[in-house]
Design a protein around this ligand. Structure first.
Ligand code: ADP
Length: 266
């Protein structure tokens, strides 16, 4: 067999998790079955505080289900999920979604169509935590819109008056309003055309990075995974086939199926 170049680390197969004191999220041996279909078959994943992980893999491999379990929208069948070294699911523990300090942005953003942009963003705000009630809510909405590079004057518009990219930024501002510690992004840019996609991705990465928010991004887009993440996890058939830094995963895929998938994924 060929000798690996000495400077490259060996690909790390996700056989077990290696939690550290710096771990924000630790998923240990999580399984999930819908009806008779085993969708997650023992997932192990550790995400560092402030880190960015991209989850890539074919459609139907269980990526969205994994995010929904982390968010607290689903219960694991077996296995455990820890946030900040506190058990939030499994072993008889359950912390509900709204107490996990997690933001979630889905593919279509899913803004409330009957509310203005400002009301959508304010929906994620806890007015009780702000000093002067309504006035402070308006100020905070403006600030959040500016954070995602939108004109605060857009607050008065309705979602349908905005472009797809603008709507995704509003969805992100709404998620950021709750000051999440962990942001879950499920193919948030896939509905956008190529140019807008890159610009939106850069804006989002900048905001999350600056706020020090731990981020997990599900994506089909190799370039997106490479530019966004410091850890790439390859999902296949309900398991994580490989976890590593993007360079290692792309240059040294752990097996042929991963290599073929990554080769096809652009
Ligand atoms: P991915 O995000 O990788 O495309 P998903 O997690 O969305 O994969 O889906 C994995 C599998 O689980 C699919 O076969 C899907 O049909 C099934 N699935 C997901 N959610 C449910 C559900 N609530 N009920 C039944 N089956 C589901």
């Amino acid at each position: 067999t060929e000798q690996a170049p000495s400077r490259l680390p060996e690909p790390r197969i996700a056989a077990s998790v290696v939690p550290s004191t710096n771990s924000h999220l630790v998923i240990d041996s999580v399984t999930k079955t819908f009806g008779t279909q085993a969708v997650l078959k023992g997932v192990n994943l550790s995400v560092a505080k402030g880190g960015t992980t991209a989850i890539v893999g074919p459609s139907g491999s269980g990526k969205t289900t994994l995010l929904r379990l982390i968010a607290g929208f689903e219960h694991p069948e077996t296995g455990t999920i820890e946030l900040n070294r506190t058990l939030v699911a499994g072993d008889g523990e359950w912390v509900p979604a709204h107490k996990r300090h997690i933001g979630y942005v889905a593919q279509d953003g899913a803004l409330f169509p009957h509310l203005t942009v400002g009301q959508n963003v304010a929906f994620g705000l806890d007015a009780a935590k702000l000093p002067n009630g309504r006035r402070a809510v308006g100020d905070r909405v403006s600030e959040l819109l500016e954070m995602v590079s939108l004109d605060p004057a857009m607050a008065r518009r309705r979602p349908h008056q905005l472009s797809g990219g603008q709507q995704q930024r509003v969805a992100l501002a709404r998620a950021l309003a709750r000051e999440p510690e962990l942001m879950l992004l499920d193919e948030p840019f896939s509905a956008l055309d190529a140019g807008l996609r890159v610009a939106t991705r850069r804006a989002v990465a900048k905001v999350l990075n600056k706020a020090g928010v731990t981020t997990i991004l599900v994506t089909h887009d190799q370039a997106e995974a490479l530019s966004f993440a410091d850890q790439v996890a390859v999902m296949r058939g309900g398991k994580l086939a490989q976890i590593g830094n993007p360079f290692v995963v792309y240059t040294r895929p752990a097996d042929r199926a991963t290599a073929e998938f990554l080769g096809d994924a652009v």
